[in-house]
Design a protein around this ligand. Structure first.
Ligand code: RIB
Ligand code: CA
Length: 350
């Protein structure tokens, strides 16, 4: 049985890996993709999503354009983190696929109404379009089978301000509306929240790209290093491996420039893996709310683990996982998919 997924993304380097993971997973059926403004503007996110579908020779999967701005404040993007077009150094060929005629918010509402209780929603960007969808259809928390959110930071430093995580920082009002609305979800359908506490343990390194290229029978197998110049581009024979290498190398350079090492936190594909298999994560229930008024702490996600607020839990926060299990799954699925979609040219007979 393939799990129907709505992928709401702000593609994004790690969002790209999340889309690839879902496309590569036989147990996943992407019902629709929502292009949310965040890492880059919504139109660029949408173009990236369409371009990745081309690279993956994917069937026609609906991509719907999201709101241009967060629900209450101007958009802030982060090209310094994800590259000028949101996919690092990768130069994806522009797609001729057409965008959906409906908005991302209506994609959420229409699909959830059409498949009650079946769809897992995956949000790996700001929650703008899910919040707009909830305003149209307040019953979404019970119409969806489950919701998985990459976002927030709890007992862990922020990556945007000292206490805030990027997706929530871009649209904190939307995040609050979503967490408040999902208080209505029954306990077994509480949103699973993949926050920085755990996603910053998912550290992709150059060796993981070597394993991916090897699994995909791509050649040459390249070991990227911090001395590679920005203008370097992968020569991998497999297009998926080639564009992933160029995208992720930018992310390696970014993390290194902030003293985190030559690595990249794979926030979004981890959330995608959890959406398909929640047993990958250990979780703990809590009541989550979002600070909107703090001078220093606006957009901070706050978890009440002990019921001090007297409110029912509205989230299952991921508190542990085994990164190696995740990377084994990512590399095997995406590597096999890349090899299938782009079979290696027959080796020249010597
Ligand atoms: O804070 C990490 C999140 O912000 C990830 O989803 C990344 O893609 C950016 O959107
Ligand atoms: Ca993202």
């Amino acid at each position: 049985m393939r799990q129907k997924i709505i992928a709401d993304v702000d593609t994004g380097i790690d969002d790209s890996l999340a889309l690839l993971y879902l496309l590569a997973s036989p147990d996943a059926e992407i019902a629709g993709i929502a292009a949310t403004a965040g890492n880059v503007p919504a139109a660029q996110v949408a173009a990236n999503n369409l371009a990745w579908l081309d690279v993956c020779r994917a069937p026609d999967i609906e991509v719907a354009l999201g709101a241009a701005e967060p629900i209450a404040i101007p958009l802030r993007t982060t090209e310094d983190t994800h590259g000028p077009h949101g996919v690092g150094y990768a130069e994806l060929p522009r797609s001729v696929r057409r965008l959906s005629r409906r908005t991302a918010a209506h994609l959420w509402v229409d699909l959830a109404r059409a498949h009650p209780g079946e769809i897992v929603g995956l949000c790996t960007g700001p929650l703008t379009n899910l919040a707009l969808a909830l305003r149209i259809e307040p019953e979404l928390p019970v119409l969806l089978h489950r919701l998985v959110i990459m976002g927030g930071a709890f007992n862990h430093p922020g990556n945007t301000t000292p206490t805030t995580e990027w997706n929530v920082h871009v649209d904190p009002e939307a995040a609050k509306e979503v967490f408040d609305a999902f208080a209505a979800a029954p306990p077994q359908r509480r949103p699973i929240v993949c926050a920085l506490d755990v996603t910053e343990t998912i550290e992709m390194r150059a060796e993981h790209l070597v394993r991916l290229a090897t699994r995909a029978n791509s050649y040459p197998v390249e070991l990227v290093t911090e001395t590679d110049p920005p203008e370097a581009r992968s020569a991998a024979s497999n297009p998926i491996v080639r564009y992933v290498t160029d995208a992720v190398r930018f992310y390696f350079d970014f993390h290194r420039s902030y003293g985190q090492g030559y690595l990249a936190h794979m926030h979004d594909p981890f959330a995608a893996a959890v959406a398909l298999d929640p047993t990958l994560a250990r979780t703990r229930a809590a009541t989550v709310d979002v600070e909107l008024a703090g001078t220093l702490t606006r957009a901070t996600t706050v978890a009440d683990w002990a019921g001090m607020w007297g409110r029912e839990p509205n989230a299952d926060i991921v508190i542990g996982t085994d990164p190696d299990v995740f990377f084994d799954r990512l590399i095997s699925r995406v590597g096999d998919f890349a090899r299938t979609v782009h079979p290696p040219a027959a080796q020249k007979l010597r």
